[in-house]
Design a binder for this molecule. Structure first.
Ligand SMILES: O=C(O)c1ccccc1NCC(=O)[C@H](O)[C@H](O)COP(=O)(O)O
Length: 225
């Protein structure tokens, strides 16, 4: 039986102070900064540190990496106190665990799930491999590793995954309730993660969409809790 907990919300890909403030005011639990230069949402370590200083107590900064170096990960952790790490590339379980140990920071590991052959993705095996992760972020497999604004077929994921789950990939105010209902009992707990669905353009968030997204999550929880 999955413990009945409210759905926590991570919002990702921030580049502007005003957007960070909007997300925190709306009720985001975590704010992600993309430290992957090829992404249009990418910020420097210094910029991430500047933006993270606007976070109130108890709103978690998340630093997102794709196949990065231990040195740059360590440098980013020094610049952004208390940040959670998110590994969104091809990082091995050993690398992720070693970086959490070296930095003292928990990590999320992204599972990039094929859009069509979801059934071919062995989530139970992935969870077993990444047991050291604080949670698994279930994202759609898109070109460029992430932030693609596409959903995968949630109904094809197995239940009873022995991990905390973060549903990601193509979530919007219109569909996030369905995602919560589809996956609420699949893991030890459920959170949601969004980037494209709260944007006016890549890296530029829309305050109304942010508020609508949070309201939709709260409404889904109210139905289920
Ligand atoms: O957001 C990006 O540009 C990005 C680039 C490369 C790797 C990961 C990236 N984002 C990771 C996230 O956590 C996103 O929130 C997640 O992929 C969902 O994005 P979206 O489908 O746009 O909501």
């Amino acid at each position: 039986m999955t413990p009945q907990q409210r759905t926590r919300i991570k919002m990702c890909g921030f580049t502007r102070e005003a957007d960070v403030l909007s997300a925190c005011a709306a009720g985001a639990d975590a704010i992600g900064f993309v430290l992957y230069p090829p992404s249009p949402r990418s910020v420097s370590i210094e910029r991430a540190a500047e933006l993270a200083r606007w976070l109130p107590a108890f709103v978690m900064p998340v630093l997102l990496f794709v196949n990065d170096t231990p040195e740059r990960i360590q440098s980013a952790c020094s610049a952004v106190p208390g940040a959670l790490l998110q590994f969104h590339g091809d990082e091995s379980p050993e690398f992720c665990a070693a970086m959490s140990l070296a930095t003292g920071r928990p990590h999320l590991k992204a599972a990039r799930i094929p859009l069509s052959e979801v059934a071919d993705f062995d989530l139970l095996e992935f969870a077993l491999l990444h047991q050291q992760a604080q949670a698994l972020l279930l994202d759609a497999h898109v070109d460029g590793y992430g932030g693609g604004g596409k959903t995968f077929n949630w109904s094809l994921l197995p239940p009873n995954v022995n991990a905390h789950l973060v549903l990601s990939g193509g979530l919007t105010p219109a569909n996030v309730g369905d995602g919560i209902r589809a996956l609420r009992t699949h893991g030890l707990s459920l959170a949601v993660d969004v980037s494209s669905g709260i944007e006016a353009a890549k890296g530029l968030k829309d305050a109304n969409k942010i508020q609508q997204f949070v309201a939709a999550v709260r409404a889904a929880d109210a139905d289920l809790l």
